[in-house]
Write a protein that binds this ligand. Structure first.
Ligand code: GTP
Ligand code: MG
Length: 197
């Protein structure tokens, strides 16, 4: 797929104010600082589209970006931000879970996982929560440029193995780097395929 246009539409804290659920939508979610906003900029080839930061917790709202006047990318606040208070975390859980549960136009949840790390409990728990809800998701391993492909493959194998404790099959996955554009064509083709079916 060629991205001809990518436009910021709105930031929201209220589900009731989201754009009408009439276009296919893909939500990008994962631990705080995993590289969600950077990946969105890489996919759309628009550097400043989604705000990125070295400080975790940058994306606080649910942000809609309209692609090719046909489908949405949604940038969500990261989970597991260590410095968030208990109340803030609970608020995040409620809001995001509510969005994921209710959003009729949501086609697939893109779960971003840092490819440099061994399987993290919080990521596995989130995948399990999606599985329990019957929500379809794929894994997107980020920041692959930061280490050797051998190390990346080892961490992916461990993550898939950990998921097999609860899932019969491991989900589809992509290996990406927002620095080198690794995985860009694959993810866009995956989305294009769903949009056209
Ligand atoms: P929150 O909105 O705070 O949850 O973070 P986020 O998941 O949107 O992460 P963001 O895209 O802001 O990136 C966090 C940091 O990681 C930034 O300093 C990025 O430059 C860096 N980063 C993101 N993706 C990559 C990547 O593929 N390679 C490298 N080397 N750095 C990356
Ligand atoms: Mg962000």
């Amino acid at each position: 797929m060629i991205v001809k246009s990518a436009e910021f539409i709105c930031s929201n804290t209220q589900i009731s104010k989201l754009p009408p659920p009439v276009k296919p939508e893909y939500a990008f979610i994962g631990r705080s600082n995993v590289g969600k906003s950077s990946l969105i900029n890489m996919l759309t080839a628009k550097k400043g589209l989604a705000k990125t930061s070295q400080t975790p917790g940058k994306t606080q709202l649910i942000n809609h970006f309209y692609i090719n006047d046909n489908w949405y990318i949604v940038d969500l606040p990261g989970y597991g931000y260590a410095r968030a208070s208990k109340t803030e975390k609970a608020k995040w859980d409620k809001f995001i879970h509510n969005y994921l549960d209710k959003r009729e136009s949501l086609q697939c949840v893109m779960v971003l996982v840092d490819s440099r790390l061994e399987p993290q409990k919080i990521d596995l728990e989130f995948c399990n929560w999606l599985g329990e809800r019957g929500l379809s998701f794929v894994l997107v391993f980020t920041k692959a440029d930061k280490q050797s492909s051998i190390k990346t493959d080892q961490n992916i194998a461990k993550f898939k193995k950990a998921l097999l404790a609860t899932f019969e099959e491991s989900p589809q996955y992509f290996v990406t780097s927002s620095e080198t554009q690794l995985g860009r064509e694959e993810i866009l083709a995956f989305i294009d395929n769903i949009n056209n079916n």
